[in-house]
Ligand binder design. Structure first.
Ligand SMILES: [Fe+2]
Ligand SMILES: [Fe+2]
Length: 299
């Protein structure tokens, strides 16, 4: 089939249509500006249990630097998808949401200093580790690490929205996690769509995607596990076997529930929007008092 013949007038008209689409596009989700006060947070805010609390603290310690890594990875390729105004706007909102998550989790870590955990040292180590990976890897690898870990996060937050309401006994920290969970669900496809727009969905793109995901899963499980042990040691609870047993039960149950969703990523036709969590997100927003009037749009 021959390509359509374009006359100068058509070119001008197409340029006007594209420009108008670019100005019309709005992000698919909002950026909410939060400012939690963690100063009176309880010591063991997950089920009054040291090991479970330290595990969630360990996960949280990955966020400020981890999400800054995601933002840099997507920003580095953003110019390659400027021809898709909707995706470009969503990348803007993705960056806004992740920046806000980094800020609020960091504020929580500063408060956790009061319990002698020195969480900031682990946050700094995460930054050193991720910057080393970033420096040694290609743009594509860093984007794929983001895509893979965004899927890990998207699965984890759905599980959290379903299960943490009772065991997270501190309202502020629970709201932090639930707000973060809502937004991870909202932007779960942005990095994936960016990757697909640039690298396609052929065999090569697929094999790269699942390889980096496997590495990313290994990294997040081993680093969060190591941080949990370090925090337990700093809290003088390392040999609290009762707490470790309780945590082991929680961990095996929740990871068992999440396993099918983690494996779903290995399907060649996988896309993050093939699962729908709208009802759960709507209920969670009500629980934590998110009203869309409180939100701001970034571009
Ligand atoms: Fe996030
Ligand atoms: Fe995210």
């Amino acid at each position: 089939m021959h390509p359509p013949i374009l006359f100068p007038g058509d070119v001008i008209m197409n340029a006007r249509i594209n420009a108008s689409k670019a100005t019309q596009a709005q992000p698919s989700f909002p950026v909410r500006r939060m400012d939690y006060d963690f100063s009176s947070i309880s010591k063991y805010w997950y089920d009054n249990d040291p090991a479970s609390t330290m595990y969630f603290t360990a996960l949280s310690l990955l966020f400020p630097e981890g999400e800054a890594f995601f933002v840099r990875a997507v920003r580095r390729v953003r110019d390659q998808v400027r021809n898709n105004p909707q995706l470009d706007k969503d990348i803007g909102a993705f960056i806004g949401q992740e920046a806000m998550h980094s800020k609020e989790h960091h504020a929580f870590h500063i408060s956790a200093q009061q319990y002698g955990l020195n969480p900031e040292s682990l946050e700094r180590f995460t930054g050193i580790l991720l910057k080393a990976i970033e420096k040694l890897s290609s743009k594509k690898f860093n984007l794929l690490a983001t895509v893979g870990l965004e899927h890990y996060t998207a699965v984890k937050v759905v599980q959290m929205m379903r299960s943490v309401n009772e065991p997270m006994t501190d309202d502020t920290i629970r709201n932090l996690w639930l707000w973060h969970s809502v937004e991870e669900t909202e932007h779960k496809a942005v990095a994936f769509d960016t990757y697909r727009a640039i690298y396609g969905s052929g065999l090569n793109a697929y094999l790269s995607r699942i390889s980096v995901y496997t590495l990313g899963l290994g990294l997040i499980l081993s680093v969060s596990g190591a941080y949990t042990v370090i925090l337990m040691q700093r809290d003088r609870q390392l040999f609290n076997l009762k707490s470790w047993r309780k945590f082991a039960t929680l961990f095996t149950r929740t990871y068992g529930q999440m396993l099918p969703q983690f494996l779903d990523y290995y399907r060649p036709s996988f896309h993050p929007n093939q699962t729908d969590e709208q009802d759960l997100v709507a209920q969670t927003k009500i629980k934590i008092g998110i009203h869309e009037a409180d939100t701001a749009q970034l571009s």
